[in-house]
Design a protein around this ligand. Sequence first.
Ligand code: FAD
Length: 400
Amino acid sequence: MIAVIGAGASGLVAAIIAARAGAKVSVYEKNSKVGRKILATGNGRCNITNEDIKTSNFHGQNPSFVNHSLNHFNTLTCKKFFEELGIVMIEGQKGRLYPKSAQSSSVVDVLVYECERLGVEINLDSEVTSIAQSEGGFSLHVKEKNLHVRKVLIATGGLAMPTLGSCESGYVFAKKLGHTIVNPYASLVQLVCSEDVKSISGVKCEGDVEVLVDGKVCANAYGDILFTNYGVSGSAILDVSRVASQALQRKADVKLKLDLASEYTKEQLKNILERRKKSAFEKSVSFWLEGFINSKLANFITKSLHVRFAKELNNKDLSKIVFGLKNFILSVEDTKGFKSAEVTAGGVRVEEINPTTLESNLIQNLYFSGEVLDIDGDCGGYNLHWAWASGYMAGKSLAK
Ligand SMILES: Cc1cc2nc3c(=O)[nH]c(=O)nc-3n(C[C@H](O)[C@H](O)[C@H](O)COP(=O)(O)OP(=O)(O)OC[C@H]3O[C@@H](n4cnc5c(N)ncnc54)[C@H](O)[C@@H]3O)c2cc1C
């Protein structure tokens, strides 16, 4: 018998693939529902995968670990797998693929239905509390009972969003069985800044973000920037958050440089502002910038100049506003942590896992897949893709 620990994205696909190859599979899930995290993905729409999946979208100490799984389970394989289950995919921005139903529940439903069709046993409210090697396999402690199984897949996910079931048990099991854990940290996460940006909380704009680690540009992204009462969020911030989060781990100085008018050069911006100044000479500064940038943001930037009317602005002030819009600097002091993160970076060290089978190099018949491993992806369907792809490979090897 094969035991899959975790009825998340990776565990469900592994169970299906192993059962299709004739294996008898039992899945153990601590939650009272299957795939709780899948339900929360893509704002309830589930960004299943991406049209453009490549190794560079994945991170960890050894990202090339994903190559074998991606070669065998690429976007086409993923589309085919889900289409056969009834999910038609449609493309959103940046190659992101979603179910046409726009409901993540449809993804969970078809996976559960396929498990049922194949006779996979799904045990809910069944937290595995320990795994130990025993003769010819493993002994699993579940609900006050010891179960003997021949093979085990640990698909327990990472630490992101504990309200959805995430916990450290996968790391605890792996460590106890001799594996090394690369220190987990939050990724795809909101950033806490030391500056007081409460007055612009709720303001959303598009712009370029650069992460400066000890003064050096280490990541950049373009997209939504959302100011909040603690700092910043939005797609561009999530995209660069991994680099910021990792740097904070080693106590580096982390700053964000926001360009809130990236469609203009400094000269173009200054010309525009000069023209607006002329046309709204007698008006307040907030009116002067009305319709150009968010009025709260305009007030925030101009407040430091202590000017109330457009006519009070001199050439130097205009340059300062231009500079403020294109070089809006924030000091990052923390992330919002695992409570609000979408993904965990770090996890079970992949050098100790066979990349072609997902089997442990240390213990025969022990397998790992999904986010519990030291692999995390960019925002855009890459994390689920890794969960499906590694589950697919593990499922194939488990059945052998
Ligand atoms: C809010 C949010 C939105 C996201 N949106 C997207 C998106 O749109 N696209 C994308 O690609 N990625 C997205 N992600 C990331 C993606 O959901 C995860 O990377 C992916 O679900 C990981 O799959 P997994 O199977 O490894 O782990 P999980 O899906 O976390 O599943 C692990 C399961 O194991 C169970 N478990 C843990 N320990 C035990 C135990 N001891 N015994 C029994 N059961 C146990 C857990 O309860 C859980 O159900 C999002 C994440 C979040 C939090």
